[in-house]
Design a protein around this ligand. Structure first.
Ligand code: SF4
Length: 166
């Protein structure tokens, strides 16, 4: 049986991004070929948001951020938290071996995610996306990569080794 790897859905070329544009990550195919089974997840679309959609942002504070739509200022924090809670419960029942996250996203980004003190202020790249943060807390020992890590052969090799031997 192929190892099951969760992945931010847009990296597989699914048209789920807020701007409706393709964000296929070709290195996934180059590195993993047909040797894994992908479990694509898009927190924002699974939340019920449309594609394309208004951009969403994270507002301070970093430890308890507020997730809001940029223009219409709709607060999605609780809605997203409810979805995350249910999704983590679902994932805990799956034979998941690892996860590959889209970088910089307010939902999927592991690090350097933009945080805003206000809509008018320049963002600071200091945070973690809401789904990514909850995932790392729920699965502290599961190997993961960020999209930007796919350039690093050592990180990729370590990820594959851990996926195959967990
Ligand atoms: S980064 Fe995450 S939330 Fe954004 S489009 Fe990709 S899968 Fe969806």
């Amino acid at each position: 049986m192929k190892p099951l790897i969760g992945v931010s859905s847009c990296l597989l070329g699914n048209l789920v991004r807020y701007d409706g544009r393709l964000k296929l990550e070709p290195r996934l195919k180059e590195i993993f070929g047909e040797n894994v089974e992908w479990l694509p997840i898009c927190p924002e679309v699974e939340l019920g948001l449309s594609t394309p959609r208004e951009k969403i942002i994270l507002l301070y504070d970093v430890e308890a951020p507020s997730l809001q739509t940029l223009e219409t200022q709709q607060d999605l924090t609780q809605q997203m938290q409810n979805w995350i809670d249910a999704k983590i419960l679902y994932l805990q029942k799956e034979p998941l071996k690892g996860f590959i996250f889209k970088s910089k996203s307010p939902s999927c980004g592991i690090q350097n995610v933009e945080f805003f003190s206000s809509r008018d202020a320049a963002p600071q790249r200091i945070g973690t996306g809401l789904f990514a943060k909850a995932f790392l807390t729920a699965f502290p020992h599961l190997p993961y990569l960020q999209e930007c890590d796919l350039d690093d052969p050592e990180l990729v090799k370590s990820f594959i080794d851990r996926v195959l031997h967990s």
